[in-house]
Design a protein around this ligand. Structure first.
Ligand code: F6R
Length: 608
């Protein structure tokens, strides 16, 4: 979604800002812009489309200045046009503003300002912010932004410069993340560390309803009530190399291939094979209450939600805990009763998904305790939960989530195992689980070694306009995830179904042009899945089976077989999802899609 990067320091701002914008491209956007300040001159340029478009526009222009703000916009209010791209200015072009989030009362404010004779140039809610800051400015930019914060409703991460205050950037946050970067050559602000990690890994997080003023030599932070804040600096572990392609044609493929490593990272230092009990330091602060937990609600969106759906089966298998899984975007409409000692577990790669954050806040209001499994260290969800576990999987750049899904499943297994061992799970079962987890990285490599075969399968079927994905029990969420992966990056219509539901409707769709991907490892659902596959075959539907290595029976029935190594039944999803990811990737590749930045999608969904 929208991205912010700002710099004030000793170096020229333009190249730093353009580089920062490129690092933010993965979030998804449809237009971009930059404003660079030198003394009281501010040069502002905007363009629709890729950053390369903006770069072309700036090519050959003398744009000097060591202070600047830059933005990638993902349209919410108003189409993706140059007029609607950020930065926006007030009518006198004194103030320039970039903004992530949504100003909910913008319509009312706009009408009021128009009555005062203020002329608007765009359809955006952000321009209201710029006009208000311009009107509120009486010599202190910080004060003008603070006053504006009290007039607007909704969410924002904003960065503001003013002609009269050279070499100063004011930023403010409510509901949309902003991070300050500290380096010897100046200060940065960004919505995402990847925009500045090339220059610094020293960061300070701005919290809700806080402002900061940045200059070349320092920065000061305060609350919306002007109370000064001191906060210690943190060091981020991501490196710029993590955000580079490393010879892969797309980040998505790179991230699929990183899975043996990201599973190792999820397990590193957390396994105690002898005891069959994992160690999860991150949840120890709440262990005394968590170990008595009998009711867990997992909340998440999209792919993270499907990981949560596997999580429900994992907790039910390994613990005595009742588990519900809720789409975060629907959570607030449910009338959920939380028995005493209910924990809410949020799953989120970005840690910034607005719906997941809103669900957590609602659950907190109702008295539940909050846990998180998050990849981005220091993100809003990691800060608003009482305890949790980090994925430590490095940045996920491809918009379609892959490596975080399998990492989430590994961590959910560890959490369930830890709680289960505290309850009724035997030492033997604990040790067996840990051994099976340790084997997963090499087993994923075995699945990846079939990439050429999977590519050939994709080549045969990518022209089919409708696909079905089927699974049962642990692999039902994999059918959902497989269908989501295919539709989001290839734009092929796909549906995921629990195989048992076939006869209740979807079987009417089966025909020779509609492939079915059947996730059919050798588990206690196997025979039932085989019957479902037979039903499809008798209606001449092509079947691509994801099956356990050495399964000869399935070869006689299915048109194509992709093998996964044998593991414990409840760990099958960590292996069976990998062929689904590769199938989606290769179909999208044959169709010539923009795989890392599929249309209309954003990496971090910071609006509800
Ligand atoms: C799909 C995908 C999305 C995200 C969803 C939640 O490939 O990536 O469905 O899973 O937007 O995002 P996080 O995990 O950042 O909360």
């Amino acid at each position: 979604m929208c991205g912010i990067v700002c710099y004030v320091g000793k170096k020229q701002a333009k190249p730093i800002l353009l580089d920062g914008l490129k690092q933010l491209e993965y979030r998804g956007y449809d237009s971009a812009g930059v404003a660079v300040q030198q003394g009281s001159d501010i040069d502002c340029y905007r363009s629709v489309g890729k950053i390369a478009e903006l770069e072309r526009k700036l090519n050959g222009l003398e744009i000097n200045g060591t202070t600047g703000i830059a933005h990638t916009r993902w349209a919410t209010h108003g189409e993706p046009t140059e007029e609607n791209a950020h930065p926006h200015s007030d009518q006198d072009e004194n103030v320039f503003v970039i903004h992530n989030g949504i100003i909910e009362n913008y319509h009312m404010l706009k009408k009021k300002l128009e009555k005062q004779g203020i002329k608007f140039r765009s359809e955006t809610d952000t321009e209201v912010l710029a006009q208000l800051i311009g009107l509120n400015y009486e010599g202190s930019l910080n004060e003008a932004v603070r006053k504006t914060m009290s007039q607007v409703e909704g969410t924002f991460g904003v960065a503001v410069i003013h002609k009269d205050v050279p070499d100063e950037i004011v930023i403010a946050r409510r509901g949309s993340p902003l991070i300050i970067g500290v380096s010897e050559d100046g200060h940065f602000a960004a919505s995402d560390v990847s925009a500045m990690v090339r220059y610094t890994n020293k960061v300070v997080h701005l919290e809700e309803n806080e402002l900061a003023t940045l200059t070349a030599d320092g920065f000061s932070m305060s609350t919306a009530q002007a109370k000064p804040i001191e906060r210690s600096m943190e060091t981020v572990e991501w490196r710029i190399e993590d955000a580079e392609l490393d010879g892969f044609p797309h980040f998505m493929l790179k991230e699929i291939y990183e899975q043996p490593e990201t599973i190792k990272n999820a397990l590193r230092g957390r396994l105690e094979p002898g005891e069959g009990v994992p160690k999860l330091g991150g949840i120890m602060p709440v262990w005394d209450t968590l170990k008595e937990c009998r009711h867990l609600v997992i909340v998440a969106c999209g792919t993270s939600y499907y990981a949560g759906c596997v999580g429900r089966y994992l907790f039910e298998k390994l613990t005595e805990i009742d588990v519900e899984v809720e789409l975060a975007s629907e959570f607030r409409y449910r009338k959920l009763n939380f028995p005493p000692n209910t924990f809410i577990l949020a799953l989120s790669q970005s840690g910034e998904t607005a719906d997941t954050l809103a669900a957590l806040r609602e659950a907190k209001r109702k008295g539940a305790s909050l846990l998180g499994v998050v990849n981005v260290v220091g993100s809003s969800i990691s800060r608003e939960t009482e305890a949790g576990v980090y994925n430590h999987a490095g940045p996920e750049i491809g918009v379609a989530s892959t490596k975080i899904f399998t990492s989430q499943l590994a961590i959910l297994t560890l959490m369930a195992l830890l709680l289960g061992r505290h309850q009724n799970l035997s030492l033997t079962e604990g040790v067996e689980a840990i051994r099976a987890l340790q084997a997963l990285p090499d087993q994923i490599k075995t699945v990846l070694s079939q990439a050429n075969h999977i590519e050939a399968v994709a080549e045969q079927y990518y022209k089919c306009g409708n696909w079905l994905f089927l699974g049962r029990k642990y692999n039902y969420p994999i059918a959902l995830e497989g269908a989501l992966k295919l539709k989001e990056i290839s734009y092929i219509h796909a549906e995921g179904y629990p195989a048992g539901e076939m006869k209740h409707g979807p079987i009417a769709l089966i025909n020779p042009d509609m492939p079915t991907v059947a996730v059919v490892p050798r588990d206690d659902m196997y025979e039932k899945m085989i019957s479902n596959i037979q039903e499809i075959k008798s209606r001449r539907g092509p079947v691509i089976a994801i099956a356990t290595q050495g399964d000869e029976k399935i070869r006689e029935i299915a048109d194509e077989v992709i093998e996964i190594p044998e593991t414990l039944q409840y760990l099958n999803p960590i292996l069976s999802v990998v062929p689904c990811q590769l199938l989606a990737y290769y179909c999208a590749s044959f169709l010539g899609r923009d795989i890392d930045k599929p249309r209309n999608l954003a990496k971090s969904v910071t609006v509800e």
